[in-house]
Design a protein around this ligand. Structure first.
Ligand code: FAD
Ligand code: NAD
Length: 475
């Protein structure tokens, strides 16, 4: 039999590596098994988030935003730029260096925290506890035993039937992060988070971007007012051609282009692109995990079925992150990882899925936490709205970033903050205050009474809280 661990974590994405570190910090003998490899075959920890997700996409978003600013905003500051050129391979190389720094950093964190790291594919061989796991990596196959198992195997891009990723004309998030030149005509199927972020990157670098979305509404998870205004800015200012309510019927790659046939308002249309990104959601990774060998229960959508404490149907087997229900977000995965490690160590810990912040790193950014106005209406909750536009915020004016607003929703009776929605510059940073407020059960009056530094974008949050009681000071 193999070595016996207190905890074996399968997957070293933000769910798995954080769970492993926390478990080891709590004195549990921990191993983390991960099979991710860079294109050259080197193991690379950090999962989707670090390798082909959050970090590389944000690196490219920043590079492309700089191009956009140089082309469109500098003149307003009295700065003239001539001879501007874009070196896409240099941008990709910068992105890759950032990824390397972070993925390498996890190996160091594992060493520092005494987490054993095994490279290879893990699967259940027999039921437990202790569970016997097989780890197959390269030529070597080994077995280990573990009293507790945390499944953190993440998710992969969902494929569109009839449009397989070929790495030549059709790409998923992996390929979309590594184009070495700007496609002239870029098609994107799916106006979700990846479609909008990757579409923004390549649009700012000069591509003509068309996004085809099946749903008749745009960004339906966001507050309707935010999605309406975001749609207006993305289509009219950023220049994304977003077509909603379309039915993609065929995708035909050719030697020089890929043709998409779709139906829009009862009319059949054909459009040719140089490259096509398919971003129609992600599916949980449970294949090859030996689910059947141990009788691990999956839900109808293929996620590992878990309760509110991430416990599966098997004793001592937990699952966290993208492989279970809930939003597919890195911070949600990590918080579940921490909570499970602490639960295994005998502590009381849980994650409140109602206060997970969402951020879409377009420009302007979109961020929210808690309920949307349409959710409150559907639930019959009486609420008050406070809203404040960035155009009258001093810092936004100084930055030249005046698009958008902060919108706060509070219970009409108790004044408790129920949701906060922001569209604007650095909305990703502003939302942290709202998460804290909702987690602490704050009222809008609490936020209104907190001192916010001047001049900062956070004053828009303060004013939105004041607006709930119709007492804004700058509008
Ligand atoms: P993953 O990160 O998917 O990690 C799972 C790991 O397990 C992988 O390394 C995988 O290879 C490994 N694995 C799977 N099966 C096995 C096995 N049997 N044996 C061994 N190893 C296995 N989220 C945000 O919060 N913010 C963002 O800005 C953001 N941007 C994103 C941008 C893109 C383009 C994409 C694709 C995603 C983005 N996400 C973002 C989502 C985020 O990446 C995921 O929510 C997060 O990575 C999920 O973490 P995880 O640990 O559950 O799984
Ligand atoms: P998504 O669920 O955000 O969006 C997919 C979109 O594709 C939806 O709008 C859906 O209606 C549409 N769609 C589905 N099938 C279609 C079809 N046949 N034709 C046209 N449109 C179709 O998924 P995603 O953009 O692939 O991203 C996956 C997940 O990764 C996200 O849900 C998110 O959790 C995570 N992510 C997060 C961030 C972030 O936090 N900033 C960034 C990128 C990805």
């Amino acid at each position: 039999m193999g070595e016996l661990y207190d905890v074996a974590v399968i997957g070293a994405g933000p769910g798995g590596y954080v769970a492993a570190i926390r478990a080891a910090q709590l004195g549990l003998r921990t191993v983390c098994i991960d099979d991710w490899e860079k294109p050259d075959g080197r193991p690379s920890l950090g999962g989707t988030c670090l390798n082909v997700g959050c970090i590389p996409s944000k690196a490219l978003l920043e590079s492309s935003e700089n191009v956009y600013r140089a082309q469109h905003s500098f003149a307003d500051h009295g700065i003239t730029v001539s001879g501007l050129s874009i070196d896409v391979p240099a941008m990709i190389a910068r992105k890759d260096r950032i990824v390397d720094r972070f993925t390498g950093g996890i190996s160091l964190l594992f060493k520092k925290n005494k987490v054993d790291s095994l490279h290879g594919r893990g699967r259940f061989l027999s039921a437990g506890p202790p569970y016997v796991l097989e780890v197959q990596g390269g030529e070597r196959t080994r077995q280990i035993e573990a009293t507790h198992v945390i499944i953190a195997t993440g998710s992969s891009a969902r494929q569109l039937p009839g449009a397989p990723v070929d790495g030549r004309r059709i790409f998923d998030n992996v390929g979309a992060l590594s184009f070495t030149e700007v496609p002239k005509r870029l098609g994107v199927i799916g106006a979700g988070v990846i479609g909008l972020e990757m579409g923004s990157v390549w649009r700012r670098l000069g591509a003509q971007v068309t996004i085809l979305e099946a749903m008749s509404g745009f960004l339906q998870a966001a507050d309707e007012q935010v999605s309406r205004e975001a749609f207006r800015v993305f289509t009219r200012v950023v220049g994304l051609d977003i077509r909603v309510g379309v039915k993609v019927e065929a995708v035909v790659p050719g030697a020089d282009e890929v043709t998409v046939t779709y139906e829009e308002a009862g009319e059949r249309k054909h459009v040719a692109f140089d490259r096509l990104i398919v971003a129609v959601g992600r599916a949980p990774n449970t294949g090859g995990l030996g689910v059947e060998a141990v009788g691990l229960k999956l839900d109808p959508r293929g996620h590992v079925e878990v309760d509110s404490h991430c416990r599966s149907n098997l004793p001592n087997v937990y699952a966290v992150g993208d492989v279970v229900r809930g939003p597919m977000l890195a911070h949600k995965s990590s918080e579940e990882g921490v909570a499970v490690a602490e639960t295994i160590a005998g502590q009381a810990s849980h994650v409140n899925l109602d206060t997970i912040p969402w951020v879409i790193y377009t420009w302007p950014e979109i961020a929210w936490v808690g309920k949307t106005e349409q959710q409150l209406k559907a639930e019959g909750v009486a609420y008050a709205v406070g809203q404040f536009p960035f155009v009258v915020n001093g810092r936004a004016q100084a930055l030249g970033e005046t698009a958008g607003f902060v919108k706060m929703l509070a219970d009409a009776r108790t004044d408790r903050v129920l949701g906060v929605h922001a569209l604007g510059a650095y909305a990703s940073e502003l939302i942290a205050e709202a998460v804290l407020a909702i987690e602490f059960g704050a009222s809008s009056e609490d936020i209104a009474r907190v001192v916010h530094a001047h001049p900062t974008l956070s004053e828009a949050m303060h004013e939105a809280a004041l607006a709930i009681h119709k007492r804004t000071l700058s509008l």
